[in-house]
Design a protein around this ligand. Sequence first.
Ligand code: ZN
Length: 130
Amino acid sequence: MVRTLNVKSRSKTEFIDITDEVRELIRESGISSGICYVYVPHTTAGVTINEGADPSVKRDIITTLNKLIPFEGDYQHVEGNSAAHIKSTLVGASQFVLIEESKPLLGTWQSLYFCEFDGPRHRRVLVKIT
Ligand code: ZN
């Protein structure tokens, strides 16, 4: 069974912490040992795992991605959002987390982030727990 998390981004580029929501889906699934797949069905968004304790880390990642892949450039895609497509490909559309004792095996400092690259928008994150 696939669960859907609805996410609403508020900025053009934004990382939204979805760790608590995913943790809750794992708990609800009743699966004590397994794998949780987190998948973003969008071409201008992504999902990543990185530090959740210090908010300046996500700020630094976003700033660096925007520097590496500027919004304006020698792009041909007529929709005008090539930077978002490129960032989505670099970050990736999926992650997985191991589950033990009905909990995600995330490191102490790790959080799961939905990554918006062409917001603000309503987005979906699909979660499959096996
Ligand atoms: Zn596009």
